[in-house]
Design a protein. Structure first.
Length: 367
């Protein structure tokens, strides 16, 4: 049995976490197993599923600068106690140069994976940028969810490096295929049978730009029977709920929290909105396209996410978004929703074929 060690910030729903879990569900666990190091101690969304699949979870102290020596010591002690790991796949960026360097000292094959194009803003972001600058030096292989994410993390010339590869944010396309019966069931459960529904799926963090989305939505609530469906959880969940109340639209915004069956919520939507201030790629947009949803997407999101004619990019201007949404609503009243799951699959975003290739890589390099 080959065991691969994945390193993440946490194990809640997010782009990197969903990528790993989609892959984990497809691999042959008789031959290969995934284990996880996370930088939190609280219970996370995917914990139970990982344990049920036979995976192990280790809690690493969260790095804060002051605990630099203790953080480095934790990793040295970990590799000393766990000689069974031969390959480490790092998805957590800011401390990757630390744990990959230590892993190489213990003879592991090292993989660094970029899922973003920014660490955000402010001093904290600058510190993270500085910390990850040497990651390339300690990575035997470098992956990224888009060319933009790869160049941001590993340098402008990385695309020509033989140790680098862009890996699509794969999904189970058949799972997201539009289903009218499931749509009816979910809309009935949410009490939105007769409503026109805008939607968003993603963690409640600054980068997802829920504030902007609420302000845009507040300007179109004069339309009869319109609702905004928000799927996800995160540190800004309660503050976004408060913002909806302040804008006087709390009765038109539906908060459902993090869900494992997001495909059912895509089915219930009529338009998918994605106003992120930056993204490595945006796996939710891939899922929404597979579900046949027209997608209004921030122009800050990499163009690689556009794999069907359902995507429309828009600059983050509230009046412009209002105008686009109103036009799309009028357009959708005249058109029937179609199946796009096969088109997304043919574009290389289906997990089944991808999992075979990754299993081969892990088994070859992680012996």
């Amino acid at each position: 049995m080959i065991r691969i060690l994945h390193v993440l910030g946490g194990l809640n729903t997010g782009g990197a976490e969903n990528f790993v879990m989609n892959l984990y569900r497809e691999i042959d666990t008789k031959e290969l197993q995934f284990d996880f190091v996370r930088h939190v101690t609280s219970e996370n969304f995917f914990d139970n599923e990982i344990i049920e699949r036979g995976g192990k979870i280790y809690d690493c102290p969260r790095y804060n600068g002051k605990n630099h020596k203790d953080y480095c010591k934790w990793w040295k002690n970990f590799f000393t106690s766990h000689p069974e790991y031969k390959l480490i796949h790092g998805h957590s960026r800011s401390t990757s140069a630390i744990y990959l360097k230590t892993a190489k000292q213990f003879g592991l094959v090292t993989v660094s994976h970029s899922h973003s194009v920014s660490n955000g803003r402010g001093i904290s972001a600058k510190i993270k940028d500085y910390m990850q600058r040497n990651t390339k030096k300690y990575a035997d292989y470098m992956f990224a969810c888009s060319d933009e994410a790869g160049q941001w993390m590993f340098g402008k010339n990385i695309l020509e490096n033989t140790r680098y590869k862009t890996l699509p944010n794969v999904i189970d396309c058949s799972r997201f295929k539009f289903d009218y019966n499931k749509r009816s069931d979910m809309r009935s459960k949410l009490n939105i049978e007769d409503d026109y529904v805008l939607g968003h799926v993603g963690r409640f963090t600054d980068v997802k730009n829920h504030d902007f989305l609420l302000e845009v939505f507040a300007n179109i609530t004069n339309i009869k029977n319109i609702k905004l469906l928000l799927v996800g959880d995160g540190e800004l969940y309660e503050s976004i709920q408060e913002k909806a109340k302040k804008l006087g639209i709390e009765d038109k915004v539906i908060f459902v929290g993090a869900k494992g069956n997001t495909q059912d919520y895509y089915n219930a939507m009529d338009i998918f909105t994605f106003p992120s201030t930056y993204e490595g790629l945006g796996i939710a947009v891939i899922e929404a396209q597979a579900s046949g949803l027209p997608c209004i997407v921030s122009d800050k999101v990499p163009r690689a996410v556009e794999i069907t004619n359902l995507v429309q990019f828009a600059e983050l201007n509230k009046e412009y978004w209002k105008e686009i949404i109103l036009k799309e609503i009028d357009k959708q009243k005249k058109e029937k929703r179609e199946d796009y799951d096969l088109q997304v699959s043919k574009a290389g975003y289906d997990v089944h074929e991808f999992a075979i290739k990754m299993q081969r890589f892990y088994c070859e390099k992680g012996k």
